[in-house]
Design a protein around this ligand. Structure first.
Ligand SMILES: [Zn+2]
Ligand SMILES: [Zn+2]
Length: 336
């Protein structure tokens, strides 16, 4: 099978032919249909994952079809369409695992970082950690839902967004656009924060009732003027400081959740935080039940990300462009 392997930090992916692996106990062999290219894959190659086990096959936005099952697997059967995500395995017996919060397991293992992922024609995955694809969901369009979608959906959920919330989203491309559409579909009122007014028409089309351009207005002040502030602010921009600058735009008990952040530390003013019981969090992807809910919600509301299909041989070029900050639509590797 054609495979792209990350051999070490600052090394391009090596394209190579490998034997199709055999699934072991509790594992399934998945013939991959599509695998999205996530910023985490770039981080891996740039050395920002000290837990990485090189050589490793990157990729954790996987959709495909079960081609074989290992011993002890009663589900999924051969022929079932599944997705696979960032969380690839966990211990199954710690307090978090037994509560269905496997993403918090201290022994969790990450697909495409310490276990081989989806930059290959086949992958061996843990049967308990794949997600059934809802009928009618296009497997190529759905691939980015397994990380970008899951992270956006679950960040809103973990930050407490409900139908009565005011949700502000900083940066409405990619993950941010998904967050806006999820929040609107949940019934929340939505504001989009951008640098200029360039994204306003698109934001309003997605259902945002407010658009705040940071070149014209202080975003925290503008949010406070929005019926007392946002209950949730979701940062989908790559800037930690842009997120921090909006903190005082939160309503009391509000939560700032960072889907995007840079390498700099998150610096927040403590006085408004203590006076208003404000929260700040970063949500890592999600547990298996979160992935199921993301796919079900996305299918029910017709929320699919825009993406560009590419071949596996184009992956290095896409990662180079991402490293240079040339962000376009999400690239999805497809296997014909
Ligand atoms: Zn555990
Ligand atoms: Zn990811």
């Amino acid at each position: 099978m054609l495979t792209a392997v990350a051999t070490g930090v600052d090394e391009p992916l090596t394209l190579t032919e490998r034997e199709v692996p055999e699934p072991g106990q509790g594992e399934v062999l998945v013939k991959i249909t599509a695998c999205g290219i996530c910023y985490t894959d770039l981080d891996l190659l740039q050395g920002e994952w000290p837990i990485a086990r090189f050589p490793v096959v990157p990729g954790h936005e996987i959709t495909g079809v079960v081609a074989a099952t290992g011993p002890g697997v009663s589900w999924p059967e051969v022929g079932v369409s599944v997705g696979a995500q960032f969380l690839g395995d966990s211990c199954r017996h710690c307090d978090y695992c037994v509560r269905g919060e496997q993403i918090l397991c201290p022994q969790k293992r990450i697909t495409g970082i310490v276990m081989d992922g989806g930059y290959a024609e086949y992958a061996v995955l843990k049967a308990d950690f794949v997600t059934p694809l809802p009928a009618g969901l296009d497997p190529v369009a759905a691939a980015p839902l397994m990380c970008a979608g899951l992270t956006a959906f679950n960040s809103l959920r973990q930050a407490g967004a409900t139908a009565t919330s005011r949700v502000a989203v900083i940066g409405a491309g990619g993950v941010g656009a998904l967050a806006v559409r999820y929040a609107v579909a949940m019934g929340a009122r939505v504001a989009v924060i951008g640098r200029s007014r360039r994204g306003e028409a698109a934001a309003r089309e997605m259902g945002a009732e407010q658009f705040i351009a940071t070149q014209d207005a202080d975003p925290a002040e503008a949010l406070r003027a929005w019926d007392g502030g946002a209950n949730v602010i979701l940062n989908a921009s790559p800037s930690t400081s842009a997120a921090a600058a909006t903190l005082t735009g939160l309503a009391p008990d509000g939560t700032l959740v960072l889907c995007g952040y840079g390498p700099e530390p998150l610096t927040l003013p403590t006085q408004p935080m203590v006076l208003n019981r404000l929260h700040a969090m970063i949500n890592p992807s999600g547990s298996p039940h979160d992935a199921r809910d993301t796919l079900a919600f996305s299918a029910a509301h017709g929320i699919l990300p825009e993406s560009t299909p590419i071949g596996l041989r184009d992956a290095n070029g896409v990662l180079d462009a991402m490293a240079k900050g040339q962000s376009g639509k999400r690239s999805v590797i497809t296997f014909g």
